[in-house]
Write a protein that binds this ligand. Structure first.
Ligand code: SAM
Length: 253
């Protein structure tokens, strides 16, 4: 399965998993997967900008968590697996003292990020880095002087459950390597607690992920804490988000 595989929102599937009955089920998170506009008839935005519908629903809640940690801070932040590039534009607009470094592996997403960057015209967004998170040394630019310095933060949304576990391992290893002493890793998405799903809709979603690729799946917080410990990081907060998602915050121990 290629890292850039795009999960397709299918109306019938959405309806089938709308278990919460209030529109807040995992069908929303399925739609958090990047939608390439106009797949059938060419991109809607001729410059390659993609739109993830739930960006419009989740970005304020996510940003509110970052606000508590990053307000008035300056430095470099890498977004891992930026997808469309919409989050990084939103962050750059609201945290103007921070230099934002979007990244991804998938070519259409790198193009979309670059297009959103050009569209936003913000000076504090750098061109997207091509990064494979499965490689623990995932940001060579951090070592060759052509990229950010020691990082204030790494932000990663909705990546590690639609990727093999080695991507989570690489993400944490790289974060541990590149974060400054007071740097943080922010991880957004659905998670299990103590081996159990936090909502039935998450369980259905997890099954659908594993059906698509046996190496994918909603990750357990406990496993992530173990992984964090192995690289010298520790979970300091699990912030509740809409639609049964969380933002996990990791710091150096
Ligand atoms: C579901 S999208 C999430 C995009 C964005 N973070 C968001 O929340 O809207 C997952 C992203 O992870 C990227 N990705 C998957 N595997 C990756 C890897 N090994 N290295 C870097 N990016 C990866 C995909 O290309 C895709 O852009």
């Amino acid at each position: 399965m290629s890292a850039g595989f795009l999960l397709e929102p299918e109306q019938s599937w959405f309806e089938a998993v709308n278990l919460d009955g209030n529109g807040a089920g995992r069908e929303i998170d399925m739609a958090e997967y990047v939608v390439e506009f106009g797949r059938d008839g060419g991109p809607l935005e001729p410059d390659g900008r993609l739109d993830a519908p739930t960006f419009h629903r989740n970005h304020q809640a996510i940003r509110a968590v970052l606000q508590r940690y990053l307000a008035d801070r300056s430095g470099d932040v890498v977004e891992a697996g930026s997808g469309t590039g919409q989050h990084v534009v939103d962050f750059a607009r609201h945290f103007p003292e921070i230099v934002w470094w979007p990244s991804d592996l998938h070519e259409p997403h790198l193009k979309s990020i670059a297009a959103w960057r050009a569209h936003a015209g913000l000076a504090n967004i750098r061109p997207p880095l091509r990064v494979d998170l499965a490689d623990p040394a995932w940001c060579p630019e951090l070592q060759d002087g052509n990229g950010p310095g020691k990082l204030l933060a790494v932000f990663c949304a909705n990546v590690i459950h639609i990727a093999p576990w080695r991507v989570a391992e690489g993400l944490f290893a790289g974060a541990a390597r590149y974060l400054a002493a007071d740097g943080r890793l922010f991880l957004y998405g659905p998670f299990k607690r103590d081996g159990r799903h936090t909502a039935l809709s998450n369980a259905v979603f997890d099954t659908s992920l594993r059906h698509r690729d046996a190496e994918w799946g909603v990750r357990d917080i406990e496993d992530l804490e173990k992984l964090a410990r192995s690289v010298g990081l520790a979970l300091v907060e699990a912030a509740e988000m809409p639609a049964n998602n969380l933002v996990l915050v990791f710091e150096r121990r």
